[in-house]
Ligand binder design. Sequence first.
Ligand code: PRP
Length: 185
Amino acid sequence: MEKQILIPRHEIQAKVKDLALRISLDYAGKEPILIGILNGVVFFFAELVMALSIPTKIDFIRASSYGANMASSGTVKLVKDVEIPVKNKDLIIVEDMVDTGLTLNYLVDTLKRREPASLRICALIDKTERREQEITVDYCGFKVQKGFLVGYGLDYAEHYRYLPDIWVLESADASVLRQEGGDDH
Ligand code: PRP
């Protein structure tokens, strides 16, 4: 399938550093639990956690909403739960991409019911065009309007996850897809 680079590896690396710095400052003196949403998050998650200068615990959760199609099925279910107890803990949910918002909303609701001390969201990519449920991303890497993104953990029917850059499939013009912003801290 035709594809072109949207976010090159060096920009991802710089953004991961920025996000890690912000989180390290905000959580100084604390030991948050970073919860990665499998599977797509694995590359971002590992690099983010290693770039932090605070102690953390890590755990993973998995929801399933997409089949092998490019469109969401619209239903979310819990496929793998966290294993560390989260009551009274500071949680940071780490996601590779927010699209419709259905996955994150479902997981936030699920975790909030367990009464954590706090819960924030870190997402590498906030893709806005298909948003159905409002989500506040506390730590956002890149805002992207639209496009089917692959690479750096993101897949199309399980293909392309291994690519170190983020690519956009099909012939869309990458220069008009990137929005100003993301969090440039
Ligand atoms: C993708 C992505 C997010 C979710 C975002 O995961 O990694 O978790 O979809 O979509 P939404 O905002 O429309 O819910 P997917 O379920 O495809 O699993 P994966 O991480 O294994 O690719």
